[in-house]
Design a protein around this ligand. Structure first.
Ligand SMILES: [Fe+2]
Ligand SMILES: [Fe+2]
Length: 276
């Protein structure tokens, strides 16, 4: 199998037509049999892969190259998620602006060539797959909360947390979902899983959901400044962060299983938990 075919498998699973801005084949490779996959895979992991005779390194988070330069294209997807949830486009655009500005400043500041150049010099096939696997992740969290709360007459935030904790990858992770704003004892109300938008939407996007009638916003992670800002917001409901690494595994593990089904030997590391 070659790197293009491996990318295609991820795109198919996520129902995407093209490689999104946060994913890329940095060093192409063919005749791939042994794969090392992790959430963050940098120069040390590339060296480890060579030491252990792997043919390909797959990272989840963009290590650099076009997957970092075009990262904001994926963050912009949050506008679409908000409009699908009933937020008018002009408010969605305003809500995302602070987070988008930070993302773009980071892109402009970072050394996008460091890890990609290391792979190039080592001639180690290297790719990263971000959004496609986050789409799978979001799908699974939505299904878990739907299934886990449909039989409860008036579900609480805790019911949603319990349902998400039943996902095998979440059980394998070392963290549990955290209620950053609001309380696990509050009514769940109308809820949204706001994931698969590059990064979290910060306080701005959460406020837009609360203003639009959502009582509970489920993020993968949230910064402390955003948490502070939301805590002071009168209209705020509940903000649950599912926990970064275990949650990323919820999207990555099905892909690892699919690659194994197709005959590849795949070793997870760096935060990827794959249940039996
Ligand atoms: Fe992710
Ligand atoms: Fe992540």
């Amino acid at each position: 199998m070659d790197t293009a075919e491996i990318m295609e498998i991820a795109l198919e699973m996520a129902e995407l037509d093209e490689i999104p801005g946060d994913s890329a084949i940095h060093v192409p490779g063919k005749d791939i049999k042994r794969v090392l996959i992790g959430i963050d895979m940098w120069t040390s992991e590339l060296l480890l892969a060579r030491e252990l005779n792997y043919d390909l390194v797959i990272a989840h988070h963009p290590p650099g190259g076009v997957a970092r330069i075009n990262f904001d294209q994926v963050v912009l997807r949050q506008i679409q998620q908000m409009t699908e949830a009933g937020i008018p486009p002009h408010l969605a655009e305003k809500a995302l602006k602070p987070r988008l500005d930070v993302t773009r400043a980071n892109i402009h500041t970072s050394n996008y060539d460091r890890f990609v150049s290391a792979a190039r010099l080592m001639e180690m096939p290297f790719m990263n797959i971000h959004l496609p696997l986050d789409i799978i992740c979001r799908r699974r969290f939505i299904k878990a909360v739907e299934d886990g709360t449909k039989k409860v007459t008036e579900p609480l935030v805790q019911h949603a947390i319990d349902a998400m904790n039943q996902i095998p990858e979440m059980k394998m992770g070392m963290t549990e979902p955290m209620v950053h704003v609001g309380s696990a004892k509050n009514l769940l109300g109308k809820w949204i899983v706001a994931m698969a938008g590059g990064t979290n939407g910060g306080a701005g996007v959460a406020k837009a959901y609360f203003d639009a009638g959502y009582s509970t916003v489920i993020y993968m992670h949230l910064g402390t400044a955003d948490k502070k800002e939301l805590a002071q917001y009168d209209n705020a409901g509940n903000l649950v962060a599912t926990g970064h690494i275990a949650s990323d595994s919820v999207g990555i593990a099905p892909f690892v299983k699919e690659l194994r089904e197709r005959g590849l030997e795949v070793t997870p590391m760096s935060g990827v938990f794959v249940p039996e």
